[in-house]
Write a protein that binds this ligand. Structure first.
Ligand code: GLV
Ligand code: MN
Ligand code: MN
Length: 428
């Protein structure tokens, strides 16, 4: 584990970056550890669900760091935060960024790494007294995780005009609290116009969150796109009754149908082939008691595929099965779409640049799709966008044990620096 700057072969061979310009590895790692203390969980990992007090403290910490680096900071009405670094010329910035909200059982790197590596890029340029030609920006977007409020990638979706601000602000969590009220409560409903600044290009650095790079011993993922995502909430309403007296044939058991759907989606992935993924990740039973048949089951189905047509087929098969299973048990079924995003292909301008700069650094690399959703897939709607992945140990993420080796974290930040510099200096 080498936390210092990497020393890959052929570094800087084909980049316009001034020779020797490197990110400061120990500083990057220290910043990740420091932000990881905000909302830290007792056994490791962090919980900074969007717009909670912990998220506010994480935001305060990150904004303070932006100010320390001399960035001009703007906050829009969706709580998206952008740190601006002036270039030699005016115009839309080359932007990087990600998110600092986490799932309830989050690790230190998902999202945070992309934001703090972006700030390390700024710090490295500042240390070297260098100003990029085009302006740069480092952003963090509100509620990327979608763990508290759906859909995921909400802030970046609003930023690019894919969801009306008013709809996002009116979205409520499971306790009935709205995004708008919570934004105000934590003091991050800003006044900057939503969607500003317009973005020249966007590159997001992220841990892979899956096993591919680690299993193959590859240093860098050149991300070509993001698979499609479909989240649906299913509500089954049956009848609660006594577990000891109700004959099996007389039951209207909401829990049974939820379980049948959970088993069905696993079989569906096998029938539809290796790229179809399906998860029943949340399940609430009412009244949730040992000796009472469940009157209600509310559960979610997360379906993903890189192929839009197969994803649509999976959605309709799940709905058809749930409808038939509910009918057979005599329970009512309602569904609600929580998130629905088609697969996204990133722009060759950014994808090829990532590959080129990874080659210049002498890194082993793999062109690959992203399994997780990311803010970059939303920015791709308005500008050339792409992503860089670094390996996740054991492919673990959305888990308090999420880990990436320090040397890989530093290497990814160096690659981000080189890609941003190249984007900022490319000919229009
Ligand atoms: C969101 O980040 C997801 O991929 O679940
Ligand atoms: Mn993330
Ligand atoms: Mn995540």
């Amino acid at each position: 584990m080498n936390p210092g700057p990497h020393h890959c072969a052929a570094a800087n061979a084909t980049t316009a970056l001034p020779p020797g310009l490197q990110v400061n590895g120990p500083r990057l790692l220290a910043s990740l550890a420091a932000l990881g203390e905000v909302g830290a969980l007792p056994g490791g990992g962090v919980c900074r669900l969007a717009l909670t007090d912990a998220d506010r403290l994480g935001r305060d910490w990150t904004v303070a760091r932006m100010h320390e680096l001399g960035l001009r900071v703007t906050v829009d009405a969706m709580g998206n935060v952008v740190g601006h670094l002036a270039g030699e010329v005016d115009g839309p910035p080359v932007m990087t960024g990600s998110h600092i909200d986490t799932v309830r059982t989050g690790g230190l790197y998902d999202g945070n790494y992309g934001v703090l590596a972006g700030l390390e890029v700024v710090a490295a340029l500042r240390d070297a007294g260098l100003r990029p030609k085009r302006p740069l920006a480092v952003a963090f977007f509100t509620n990327e995780e979608g763990a508290r409020f759906q859909p995921d990638m909400m802030g970046s979706l609003v930023y690019v005009g894919g969801l009306p601000l008013a709809t996002a602000l009116a979205t409520r969590d499971a306790e009935g609290l709205s995004v708008g009220d919570e934004l105000q409560r934590v003091g991050y409903q800003g006044t900057a116009p939503v969607g500003q600044p317009a973005v020249d290009s966007f590159v997001e650095l992220h841990i892979e969150q899956g096993p591919v790079l680690a299993q193959q011993g590859i240093q860098v993922g050149v991300v070509e796109g993001v698979q499609g995502i479909s989240w649906t909430e299913f509500t089954l309403s049956g009848q609660s009754n006594h577990a000891g007296t109700t004959p099996m044939a007389m039951r209207h058991d909401a829990a049974l149908v939820a379980a049948q759907v959970a088993v069905f989606v696993r079989g569906l992935t096998q029938r539809l082939g290796g790229r179809q993924l399906a998860t029943v990740g949340a399940l609430r039973l009412t009244p949730n008691l040992v000796n009472v048949i469940a009157s209600q089951a509310v559960f979610t189905v997360d379906l993903r595929n890189t192929d839009a047509a197969v994803l649509a087929q999976a959605e309709s098969e799940v709905l058809a099965f749930a409808t038939q299973a509910a009918q057979a048990e005599g329970v009512q079924l309602r569904t609600r779409s929580l998130a629905r995003f088609d697969p996204v292909a990133f722009d060759p301008l950014v994808v090829d640049l990532v590959q080129q700069q990874a080659t210049a650094l002498g890194c082993t690399q793999l062109r690959m799709p992203s399994g997780a959703g990311h803010d970059a897939q939303m920015l791709a709607r308005v500008c050339p966008a792409g992503m860089i992945f670094v390996p996740s140990v054991d492919g673990l993420s959305h888990n308090v044990r999420e880990h990436t080796e320090p040397a890989d974290l530093v290497l990814g930040a160096q690659l981000l620096l080189q890609v941003m510099w190249a984007l900022a200096h490319r000919n229009a």
